[in-house]
Design a protein. Structure first.
Length: 229
């Protein structure tokens, strides 16, 4: 049985020790690094399944480490940082992070995020039909039908499809504003976040049982959106 190998990068020895104990108790294989240079060496030598990366490192900035990783590996990265500003979170997502957890954090929450991103290893065959609330979304046929009554079909516009498809193909992952806007509208629209608010509201009205309290198409304030199966 394959044990998920996690590379934890942080310059706080007590935090490294606590995370190592918690992850090993849950059958993870743990590799640690105390600075950016050691992290890059460990990533190249140990081939982790997921990386937990602190932004405040003593030698390289965590974003530099993230960009260096993204130059050669798609390994999922969960950024861990005490930086509270949304601009830092957005920068991390734009640099290629898969998720972001702010210190101080709940260990169970971190473990839940790790489970989600680790499931993306290796790239699975994409699901063709995804359940969203009461509807089955066929991503190949671009068809939405009520699960209990397949004769009941739902119409989505071309733009709604492109937005929904990117979220559904990345279940559990936080997809940043920039990535969504570039995918749906192109690079000249990466600042037009009001487009996302408008179309996400439309998708929720069509797919969520209670659009005001969405359970599947979730907003991550100032960062992006997440599809929660």
């Amino acid at each position: 049985m394959h044990r998920t190998r996690v590379l934890i990068v942080d310059d706080e020895p007590q935090l490294l020790r606590a995370l190592r104990i918690n992850l090993q108790a849950r059958q993870y294989e743990v590799v640690t690094a105390g600075d950016g240079a050691a992290a890059l060496r460990a990533a190249a030598e140990q081939h982790p399944d997921v990386v937990v990366l602190d932004l405040g490192l003593p030698d390289l900035d965590g974003l530099e480490v993230l960009r260096a990783l993204r130059a050669w590996t798609p390994v999922p990265v969960v950024v861990l940082s005490g930086r509270l500003g949304s601009s830092e979170k957005v920068a991390a997502l734009d640099a290629g992070a898969d998720d972001y957890v702010t210190k101080p954090f709940n260990v169970d929450e971190l473990l839940a995020r790790l489970r989600v991103v680790a499931r993306r290893r290796p790239e699975p065959e994409p699901a063709t039909v995804v359940r969203v609330g009461e509807f089955d979304v066929d991503l190949v046929a671009r068809d939405v039908r009520h699960a209990a009554d397949p004769a009941q079909r739902l119409h989505l516009t071309r733009t709604e499809w492109r937005l929904l498809e990117l979220l559904l193909r990345n279940p559990g992952r936080l997809v940043g504003h920039r990535e969504l806007l570039q995918h749906v509208w192109g690079p000249t629209y990466v600042g037009e976040t009001h487009y996302l608010r408008q179309y996400m509201a439309q998708l929720r009205r069509k797919l969520e049982p209670d659009p005001a309290r969405p359970r599947h198409l979730l907003t991550e304030p100032a960062m992006g959106y997440r599809f929660q199966p």
